[in-house]
Design a protein around this ligand. Structure first.
Ligand code: TYM
Length: 376
């Protein structure tokens, strides 16, 4: 029997539930699919297409074509992305950040990174402000560990840097009505008023480059599709404030190890945090939902289903860069030539190898985090 409640799709910046239907999101959110033509246009600037484009992990956009046309005419852009520091970073968060790094290298642009310690304080009942601020500093280490450079990476810690954001946030807030905000974000009578104002703050880094440098250029935002509602309201008011509409490129959500929805910090046993120890990684992967059969004998006979397997998704998203090896694994799985235990053990080894390196770089970042802090 289909569990309707579990299956029903919900995708908002604060909640993702059920099986995510990306085609439907394109329609409902009113975004554009990434076409073959657009991929070619991107490849003109990046040589090879990045894995995340090749595998359609980034699948949707707003005005990326417009942004690239402007770029061809000599109008640069800045990158903007962020993190809501409600706990440790998990490997799902790294997906858009890795892609942002790639874009930064290829287009030689600045990146603004917003650490929304204010948002998470307002939204998460149980979190204190000092906790979200602390997580903000910790989460910045994960960003830096991916290899960003301080010269062109500017991290905004909202609470500390509010003086930089406040004037533009007021300009934004004045032009968004409560009825638009309510329809876009689903606010209720019980929603606290800080949260209701808050989307104006997430809009600011789209425009901050002009304030800091006097150079009015568009922003491109790589992020998962869950953040899209923010950009809808921001795009509506951008031109009224004399700025370009920010462009977006949206990625899919890495599922949790339990299957369905997204990897989410609120379910730690099905989430791999970047700070996890190797034993925890092994345990979580071992208990993951797969597309396997009840018994090994049955699986060997009729094969398994990589299309519904979370383990396979991890190879697909991040842990098997070689396309031919990925299809080989898929084929073997379907034919029953490989069992889930083997796939899980292999994945655990790869994830642990990746995390061991990441954790080293993360610790090194502690000494340099201030260099990335946005300057006045
Ligand atoms: P947050 O902390 O929820 O998520 C940080 C980034 O990770 C993406 N993401 C995922 N990507 C792939 N798989 C997943 N399972 C997954 N879960 C989350 C999110 O889309 C996001 O890109 N309000 C924001 C912070 C923010 C921001 C921004 C994000 C401020 N300005 C600009 C993106 C762009 C937040 O709470 O993100």
């Amino acid at each position: 029997m289909v569990d309707k409640e579990k299956d029903e799709m919900v995708v908002t910046p604060w909640e993702v539930k059920g099986k995510v239907d990306y085609e439907r999101l394109i329609k409902e959110f009113g975004t554009q699919p990434i076409t073959e033509e657009l991929l070619q246009k991107i490849a003109k600037h990046t040589d090879k297409l990045h894995l995340q484009l090749r595998r359609q992990l980034f699948f949707s956009h707003r005005d990326l074509d417009v942004l690239l046309n402007l770029y061809d005419k000599g109008i640069k852009f800045v990158l903007y992305t962020g993190r809501g520091p409600s706990g440790p970073v998990h490997i799902g968060h790294l997906i858009p950040w890795i892609f942002t790094k790639h874009l930064q290298e290829k287009f030689k642009t600045r990146i603004y990174f917003q650490m929304t310690d204010d948002e998470k304080f307002l939204v998460e009942d149980e979190l204190k402000l000092e906790q979200t601020r602390k997580f903000g500093r910790e989460n910045a280490l994960d960003l830096i560990a991916l290899g960003f450079e301080p010269e062109d990476t500017f991290i905004i810690f909202d609470v500390e840097d509010i003086d930089l954001l406040y004037d533009i946030s007021l300009e934004v807030a004045k032009r968004i009505t409560y009825s638009t905000a309510k329809a876009t974000f689903g606010f209720q009578d019980s929603t606290n008023i800080g949260w209701i104002f808050w989307p104006a703050i997430q809009a600011v880094p789209c425009f901050i480059h002009a304030k800091l440098t006097g150079e009015n250029v568009p922003a491109l935002i790589p992020a998962a599709i869950d953040q899209d509602p923010y950009w809808r309201v921001t795009r509506d008011i951008a031109q009224k404030l004399g700025y370009y509409k920010p462009a977006q490129i949206h990625c899919r959500l890495l599922p949790g190890l339990g299957g369905g929805g997204k990897m989410s910090s609120s379910e730690p046993e099905t989430t791999i945090f970047t700070t996890d120890k190797s034993e925890a990684v092994k345990r979580k992967i071992w208990n993951a939902f797969t597309g396997g059969k009840e018994t090994a004998a049955e699986q060997k006979k009729i094969g398994a289903e990589p299309n519904i397997c979370t383990i396979f998704q991890y190879y697909y998203f991040l842990f098997e860069e070689r396309d031919e090896k990925l299809s080989e694994r898929e084929k073997k799985c379907r034919n029953g030539e490989i069992l889930c235990g083997e796939c899980k053990m292999d994945l655990a080894e790869r994830v642990n190898g990746f995390l061991a390196e990441h954790q080293k770089r993360r610790e090194k970042a502690r000494n340099i985090v201030e260099k990335f802090h946005i300057k006045r």
